[in-house]
Design a protein. Structure first.
Length: 211
């Protein structure tokens, strides 16, 4: 859990853990925590690269959290360093709530979900927006796989802490692509049975024909 525990386990959280008998879990996590930011290793990079969307939470100047969903083709979120991820941000409904929040306070939380595999990766980070003409190389890299639409800026997140969550209470859901892969053999078998049925109907029709 690393630095994630130090960021998430505030005094109020620790008191609540003690009230519910899970204080030892918190103590173990804090004892193992490193003071430096967590690293995005091969497992995290692979998991993020396979996702076609994630939830992004930011903090407003009024103190209220704001959550939105970011979607795109698998790989649109790029791990560009052991502590850095980024994506090309495209135009949406033009409310710019997340963009404005990040401008005032870069602290964000990201949830990457694999509903089919019942897995999730939580990440604390510090986000910043980068104009397209500020880093042409990064813009080209992020543009290779990105969400459709007009790119307005780049978003770069420096990871602070991350945590793999347990699979409990994650309701399995399947994307269209995942369903197509799973249902492929079933559809092939149905097509085969349909061809056999047509052949049998043809033979029966021949038997019923008068001499």
């Amino acid at each position: 859990m690393g630095r994630y525990a130090r960021l998430a386990y505030t005094d109020s959280v620790r008191r609540t853990q003690e009230e519910h008998g899970s204080s030892q879990v918190g103590l173990r996590a804090l004892a193992q925590a490193d003071l430096g930011p967590d690293r995005l290793g091969p497992d995290e990079a692979a998991f993020i690269g396979e996702r076609d969307g994630f939830y992004l939470a930011s903090v407003s100047e009024t103190g209220w959290p704001y959550v939105q969903y970011r979607g795109g083709p698998p790989g649109f979120v790029h791990v560009v360093g052991e502590r850095t991820l980024a994506w090309a941000d495209v135009r949406g409904n033009r409310q710019y709530i997340t963009t404005g929040n990040v401008r005032a306070d870069g602290r964000v939380a990201l949830f990457f979900m694999d509903y089919a595999g019942q897995a999730r990766l939580k990440l604390f980070g510090r986000a910043r927006t980068v104009p397209l003409d500020e880093d042409a190389g990064l813009a080209r890299r992020l543009g290779e796989t990105r969400t459709d639409g007009r790119v307005e800026r780049l978003v770069v997140v420096a990871a602070e802490g991350l945590n793999w969550n347990c699979s409990q209470h994650i309701t399995p859901r399947y994307s269209e692509a995942e369903l197509a892969e799973s249902l492929g053999p079933v559809r092939e078998r149905m097509a085969e049975l349909q061809r056999e049925n047509e052949l049998l109907r043809a033979r029966l029709a021949e038997l019923d024909m008068p001499d």
